[in-house]
Design a protein around this ligand. Structure first.
Ligand code: FNR
Length: 419
């Protein structure tokens, strides 16, 4: 058959000349983004994101915990119009999602924290900056404001155009004056929520990082030289941007990943949360694997939200999957405390399950970081668009037309798969 004859039968699709856009358009779920990331990013950097603590049992169990639920759809429910919006911690979100904190995000791609925050802002979603970020509090506040609300495949609503909803994640540092300084800088720069991570009293035992000899900032070693040869594009991009550092500690002596453990304080206790509550006027969220008893205690101290998390399995391996804590913690704290959940969300259907079990929103970690590694800021857009689309379709096929209805009738809509 000649080309001319073929053209009568099939329409030729325009060729996408931009390599990144072409690659991202060929990704149809988070696993596709992960596969592309793995191909393009040097092994030690990919493993820094993909890896977890010790035998990596928790990270696999986190994903499985969301997937053990089966849907019980209601048919003929007129799902033509679906309202995915939700009010979370006083913010109206177009979809109940937020982007979680990740240390050293700029090592994954030069768009880094700023690109992720811009993408979050375009989608009307909160972005959480890590204490250990490679972009500083002041820089992120400025960059994200400048870039917010600029077109893209945005979901309408959420944060006002140009003014992203920024949250700051705090590690309570050994040097408390340094921690207090971070908190006041976050307040001064308009961060609306403080997310206090309580599962990092010591550094997690991340074997992939140890085996790969990962250092932050990356150092020239035999490993690095080999990966320069195999992934030159990554290194060119990295070297074209500003030097990597723990930007929130700029002006202080430089540090390395080996020394990050020195930041953390194994002696933190509940009085630190009470102290932060008295200092921080914005929303206060406690992030960690809180069971019902700890969750009740946090609520009594006046936290606004609990982010159920086992750090994506990167701290204590074998920690219970946060998905399994949603229902008991909701029962323990009642309806007034916002319940967020991270660790294991890879699909919009996971967010549906989380809400059906009693959560207010899902928080993404690796799901958007794979996107960032696959294609920078546009890759984060792709991850958010895919998960949002999956969330909508799952709601429609389940026969629910609003997040409020999903929250109210959730337990009738899911059943645990028999083992
Ligand atoms: C993290 N996480 C994290 N959490 C935190 O409180 N402060 C931090 O600096 C970091 N840094 C970080 C780096 C990387 C590369 C990853 C993957 C994760 C944990 C993160 O906020 C979230 O809890 C997990 O990522 C959730 O698990 P999943 O969904 O990514 O498996």
């Amino acid at each position: 058959m000649r080309v001319q004859e073929m053209r009568k039968l099939v329409r030729l699709r325009a060729v996408e000349l931009d390599g990144t856009r072409r690659r991202l358009a060929a990704c149809h779920d988070v696993s596709d983004l992960r596969r592309v990331a793995k191909r393009r990013i040097p092994r030690p950097v990919f493993d820094y994101v993909d890896g977890a603590a010790d035998e990596e049992l928790a990270v696999a169990a986190n994903v499985a915990a969301f997937r053990q639920w089966r849907f019980l759809p209601r048919v003929l429910a007129d799902v033509d119009v679906v309202d995915m919006s939700a009010t979370v911690l006083g913010s109206a979100l177009p979809v109940p999602l937020a982007l979680g904190p990740a240390g050293y995000t700029r090592m994954l791609h030069p768009d880094g924290e700023s690109g992720a925050a811009r993408s979050a802002a375009r989608h009307g979603l909160p972005y959480t900056l890590s204490t250990m970020a490679a972009t500083g509090i002041e820089e992120l506040a400025a960059v994200a404001v400048a870039g917010g609300g600029s077109g893209g495949a945005a979901v309408a609503g959420g944060a006002a155009a140009g003014r992203p909803d920024l949250w700051f994640q705090l590690y309570i540092l050994k040097d408390r004056s340094q921690a207090r300084d971070l908190v006041s800088r976050a307040a001064d720069n308009g961060f609306g929520a403080l997310v206090v991570t309580v599962d990092t009293v010591v550094a997690g035992n991340r074997l992939r990082d140890q085996r790969n000899g990962l250092s932050i900032p990356p150092e020239l070693s035999l490993h690095t030289v080999a990966s320069v040869a195999s992934k030159p594009g990554y290194w060119l991009r990295l070297l074209s941007g500003p030097a990597l550092d723990y930007a929130n500690f700029a002006g202080r002596p430089p540090t390395t990943i080996r020394k990050t453990a020195d930041f953390f304080d194994a002696s933190i206790d509940w009085s630190d949360i009470a102290d932060l509550r008295s200092r921080w006027a914005g929303k206060l969220i406690i992030k960690g694997p809180l069971g019902p008893t700890d969750a009740r205690r946090a609520a009594e101290l006046g936290v606004d939200g609990i982010q159920l998390s086992n750090h994506g399995g990167r701290q204590l391996d074998r920690t219970v999957a946060p998905a399994d804590l949603i229902a008991p913690v909701r029962e323990a704290v009642g309806p007034s405390v916002a319940l967020l959940v991270d660790s294991g969300i890879r699909h919009g259907a996971d967010v549906v399950v989380a809400l059906a079990l009693g959560a207010d929103a899902g928080v993404l970690g690796r799901a958007y970081l794979y996107g960032l590694m696959a294609g920078g800021e546009a890759g984060v857009d792709r991850a958010l668009d895919l998960i949002t689309r999956q969330f909508r379709t799952t709601m429609q096929l389940l026969g629910v037309t609003s997040v409020a209805e999903l929250r109210k009738r959730g337990r009738e809509l899911i059943t645990r798969e028999p083992r």
